[in-house]
Design a protein around this ligand. Structure first.
Ligand code: NDP
Length: 331
């Protein structure tokens, strides 16, 4: 096994201009942690796109190796829960933001941040799900905790062609929901139907300023867009319905009124994958192993190499990526 490995490094000059380079590192260059992992697969999430391009302040320490999630095998460990050879997954915890992240051959992290890779998945399959898919499952678990069931009515999924959206559609349809997919890429309707979407609507229906309340169209939903889209989703949620909000693909703002909450008893659930406690992560990954059809997982993902990470980060911000991208780090 080579002692050196490649890493993507984000740096910032005195004028705060960010640049990205590929460097060759050794384990001595890594940050502190009690477990060192051979990174076998990672992915490019929307947040990674923001980190690499500097479009949003995701990186909060320079220099930084971006990459918010990985799957791999433990090489060495001083942590009671992990030993060499264990197969692990990491999502979030500030990795790729304040702690050196996934876009390197090795990662050294706190063992408290790791969970076991379910037997159902290879490292590459786990990263085909990635933080986006795990966040989709956290959203669905939140809906279930709120008592939502498929017989309550249709489920809306916004950002349908994205990482969160594709996994949310796949799992919700497998659970028996009538899924309404909202997308700006209606040309991908056949793909969304193949994942399990029963209806497809143009996201333009939801992305402009709307009325405080509209016709009741769905009982629950997973929103990865925020802004006017989430406001309109809430305004068109059925009485007693529940929406899980996990993203800001349209915007960070929420130009809504309280009308859906106080006149229809609608609930809005916030989803944070980064600091989610370990038992919830384990539940989410266990449910992904049972509730996500492996064939759909394959159809919604494609594999790239380390050298493709930077251009893919730019493409995801331009809305040019469909579904999930797996980075195979073993090549
Ligand atoms: P992707 O880029 O894969 O997907 C986002 C999708 O949103 C796009 O594919 C597109 O779908 C849609 N979209 C893009 N721009 C707009 C717009 N202006 N208005 C409405 N819809 C738009 O990202 P991910 O799925 O990885 O992440 C989705 C969001 O969730 C991001 O904001 C991300 O930061 C957030 N996120 C949050 C997490 C958390 O812990 N809360 C964890 C993971 C992700 P289409 O082409 O079908 O319209």
């Amino acid at each position: 096994m080579s002692d050196t490995f490649k890493a993507i490094m984000v740096t910032r000059d005195e004028a705060r201009n960010q640049s990205v380079t590929v460097k060759t590192l050794t384990e001595d260059d890594l940050m502190d942690g009690d477990v060192t992992v051979a990174v076998e697969a990672t992915t490019v999430n929307y947040k990674d796109g923001l980190a690499i391009t500097g479009a949003s302040p995701v990186v909060r320490r320079w220099p930084m190796i971006p990459g918010i999630d990985f799957a791999g095998t433990v090489l060495s460990s001083d942590h009671a829960d992990w030993k060499p050879g264990d197969r692990v997954i990491l999502n979030g915890w500030g990795v790729g933001e304040t702690h050196y992240g996934a876009y390197a051959g090795r990662a050294r992290v706190s063992g408290d941040w790791l969970i076991a890779l379910p037997d159902a998945f290879t490292a590459q399959q786990a990263m085909a799900i990635g933080t986006a898919g795990y966040t989709a499952m956290l959203s669905i678990l939140a809906l279930e905790r709120a008592g939502v069931t498929p017989d309550a009515g249709p489920a809306i999924v916004t950002g349908a062609n994205g990482g969160v959206g594709t996994v949310a559609i796949s799992v919700l349809s497998r659970l028996g929901y009538h899924v309404i997919a909202s997308t700006g890429r209606t040309g991908e309707s056949a793909f969304l139907s193949s994942l399990g979407a029963s209806e497809i609507i143009d996201r333009a229906e939801l992305s402009e300023p709307g009325r405080p309340l509209g016709a009741e169209r769905w009982a629950c939903g997973v929103d990865s867009a925020g802004s006017h889209t989430l406001a309109n989703v809430l305004a068109q949620t059925m009485r007693g319905g529940t929406i899980a909000a996990c993203g800001l693909a349209q915007g960070m703002d929420l130009p809504a009124t309280v009308a859906p909450f106080i006149l229809r008893g609608v609930s809005l659930l916030g989803i944070d994958s980064v600091m989610a406690p370990r038992p919830l992560r384990e539940t989410a990954w266990a449910r992904l192993a049972t509730d996500l059809d492996p064939q759909k997982l394959q159809s919604l993902s494609r594999t790239i190499g380390f050298d493709d990470i930077i251009p893919t980060a730019e493409a995801i911000l331009n809305g040019q990526i469909r579904g999930r991208v797996v980075v195979d780090m073993t090549g």
